[in-house]
Design a protein around this ligand. Structure first.
Ligand code: AKG
Ligand code: FE2
Length: 204
């Protein structure tokens, strides 16, 4: 029997195969969004966030390229709401491996907070020196997000005739976006309010 979760996983996988990206609008419930957003804020208040870097080791902080602050999740010290999220990711990884033979073996996730006005310029998530990132996964933790708040994820989709289409996706709480890390260039547009997410990579 197909569960609701598997239907959602199928939607994501079909989207990636057919269009290059998948979107699931209720990957998290409103309560789960609230709980994770509260955890994110608590960890930030405890001083656990760092300015995100660029490049392979994430060491170069370059605010003209990306202005978010991040905290890497660690199963060993995860809270129950973080574990619930990681377990769902785990189920997705297993489902992808059963259906798509991508051979995913590992994943890494971080909380991200973009202060108002910050952005992440157009980029690809795969590094030349590390091609183990296969799928990029972003799950938004914003309650009551309005179109006028900005902060969309812009996806640059190559068309068959060599042109490019830009699709913008609002960072609505509970929504999950997934795409192939080595293929799809994308960008985070500035928002007028704080923008929260949990972002990660499913890897070989
Ligand atoms: O938050 C988003 O919408 C995308 C984040 C992103 O591109 C990244 O962290 O590499
Ligand atoms: Fe990215």
């Amino acid at each position: 029997m197909t569960s609701a979760l598997e239907t959602q996983f199928d939607t994501l996988i079909d989207g990636i195969l057919e269009r290059g990206y998948g979107i699931a609008d209720d990957f998290l419930t409103a309560d789960e969004v609230q709980a994770l957003a509260t955890r994110l804020r608590a960890r930030r208040e405890q001083g656990q966030f760092r300015a995100a870097g660029i490049g392979n080791q994430n060491t170069t902080v370059e605010k003209q390229i990306r202005g978010d602050e991040i905290h890497w999740l660690d199963r060993a010290e995860a809270t129950p709401e973080e574990l619930t999220f990681l377990d769902r990711v785990d189920a997705f990884v297993q489902y992808v491996n059963r259906t798509c033979y991508l051979g995913l073996r590992d994943y890494e996730f971080h909380f991200a907070l973009y202060p108002a006005g910050t952005f992440y310029k157009r980029h690809l998530d795969q590094f030349r020196t590390d091609s183990r990132r296969r799928l990029s996964v972003i799950c938004y933790l914003n309650t009551d997000w309005q179109e006028t708040d900005g902060g969309q994820l812009a996806l640059y989709l190559p068309a068959e005739d060599g042109t490019e289409q830009t699709l913008t996706v609002a960072p609505i709480g509970g929504r999950l976006v997934c795409f192939e890390s080595g293929k799809l260039e994308h960008e985070v547009l500035p928002a007028t309010r704080e923008r929260l997410s949990v972002t990660g990579w499913l890897k070989n």
